[in-house]
Design a protein around this ligand. Structure first.
Ligand SMILES: C[S@@+](CC[C@H](N)C(=O)[O-])C[C@H]1O[C@@H](n2cnc3c(N)ncnc32)[C@H](O)[C@@H]1O
Length: 311
C-alpha cells in the first residue's frame, strides 16, 4: 500500500479507537502502534535468521495445519509461516494482537505473502484473557514472540497459550536471548561504551515496566520450566543468530537510529545528562554526529526460542 493509503488507514483506525468502536489495550502501558515502523524494520532485518526457524517449526506439523501467532506485531514471522505453509500444501495462519494498527498491518503483509492455498485470519485478542481459546481456532502450532513478558502473570499466559493447542500441537515462544548490539565502542561523541549503558538503563526500565503491570507476579524460574508447568512435554530450546556485519545497509542505519532514539527515550531517566546529550546528538539528522551517516554500524544479537508439545 502506498504510504498515503497507509496513513489514511492508520487515521481511520485511530478514529475508531478514540471513539470506542475498537479497543487498543495492553497491560504494559506501551503505545505499540507508535512502534510500527521499528517493528517493520526489525521484521525485515530478522527474516534471514527466522526463516529456518519457521521451516523447522512447520516441518513436523500435520497436513494443512493451523498456525496461531499471538502478539503478532507487524506480522514478520507469520509471513515466513505463510510461505512455509504455501510450499507444503497450505493451511491457516491466525494473527492475534491487541493493537488494531498492528493487526491490520500484519494481515496486509501476511495476505500478500500467502499463496492461494493459505488462509489468513486476523483476530483481536488479549493474551491475558483466559478465555482466548474460545476466540481462535484450535492450533497445531502456537507462536508467541516477545509478548508473554508484557502480561502480568506470565505463567498463566503460557497456560492460556498451551490451551490453544490441539493434542500433539507445539507451543513455541521467543523470549530472552542476547540483546542486540549495533554501535562501536567509541563514537567520537560522548563517553566510550554508550551501548552497554543504554542496555543497563533499558534493563532498569524493563524491571519497572514488569512491576507496573496490574496483577504482575514473579516467575522466578526460566522459560523451559515455565513451559513444563504449563503442562507441555518434549521441551527444547535453541537460538537464532541475527548477524548483519558492517558495512550495514541503509535500512540497518535507519533501524539503528530508531533503536538508539527509542532506548534513549524509554530509558532516559536512568541515563546521566552526558549520555542523554550523546543520544540526542547521534539521532539528530541535521547534526555532525548523526548515526544515519556512519559506515561502521552493525547488528548482532540472538533470539532464544523455547518449545513444548501438548501430549
Ligand atoms: C514486542 S512486540 C512483538 C511483536 C512480534 N511478535 C515480534 O516478535 O516482532 C509485542 C506485541 O504484542 C502485542 N501485545 C502486547 N500485549 C498483548 C496482549 N496482552 N495480548 C496480545 N498481544 C499483546 C503488542 O501489540 C505487540 O504487537
Amino acid at each position: 500500500m502506498a504510504s498515503f493509503g497507509w496513513s489514511v488507514l492508520r487515521g481511520a483506525v485511530r478514529w475508531l479507537v478514540l471513539n470506542g468502536v475498537m479497543s487498543a489495550h495492553t497491560h504494559d502501558d506501551i503505545d505499540w502502534a507508535d512502534r510500527l515502523a521499528q517493528l517493520r524494520m526489525a521484521d525485515t532485518l530478522d527474516a534471514d535468521a527466522l526463516a529456518p526457524v519457521a521451516r523447522r517449526l512447520v516441518a513436523g506439523l500435520p497436513e494443512r495445519p493451523a498456525v496461531v501467532d499471538v502478539g503478532c506485531g507487524a506480522g514478520g514471522m507469520s509471513v515466513l509461516f505463510a510461505r512455509e505453509l504455501g510450499r507444503r500444501g497450505g493451511g491457516t495462519v491466525v494473527l492475534v494482537d491487541t493493537t488494531p494498527e498492528l493487526l491490520a498491518e500484519a494481515r496486509r503483509v501476511v495476505s500478500e505473502a500467502a499463496a492461494g492455498n493459505v488462509e489468513v485470519v486476523g483476530q483481536s485478542g488479549d493474551l491475558a484473557d483466559p478465555g482466548l481459546a474460545g476466540r481462535v481456532p484450535a492450533a497445531d502450532l502456537v507462536w508467541a514472540s516477545g509478548v508473554v513478558h508484557h502480561v502480568g502473570d506470565q505463567q498463566a499466559a503460557l497456560r492460556t497459550l498451551a490451551g490453544l493447542l490441539r493434542p500433539g500441537g507445539v507451543l513455541a515462544i521467543a523470549e530472552g536471548g542476547l540483546e542486540m548490539r549495533c554501535l562501536p565502542w567509541e563514537l567520537g561523541v560522548g563517553r566510550p561504551g554508550l551501548e552497554p549503558r543504554l542496555l543497563a538503563a533499558r534493563a532498569a526500565w524493563f524491571a519497572r515496566m514488569r512491576a507496573g503491570i496490574p496483577g504482575s507476579v514473579a516467575m522466578p524460574y526460566g522459560w523451559p520450566r515455565a513451559l513444563r508447568e504449563a503442562g507441555l512435554q518434549d521441551i527444547e530450546s535453541f537460538g537464532a543468530l541475527i548477524d548483519h556485519p558492517l558495512p550495514g545497509s541503509d535500512l540497518l542505519r535507519e533501524y539503528v537510529v530508531h533503536r538508539v532514539g527509542w532506548l534513549g527515550e524509554s530509558a532516559g531517566e536512568w541515563l546521566d545528562a552526558d549520555d542523554r546529550d550523546t543520544v540526542a546528538a547521534l539521532t539528530d539528522p541535521d547534526g555532525p554526529d548523526f548515526l544515519g551517516r556512519r559506515d561502521d554500524l552493525f547488528l548482532f544479537g540472538a533470539k532464544a526460542i523455547h518449545c513444548g508439545r501438548l501430549r
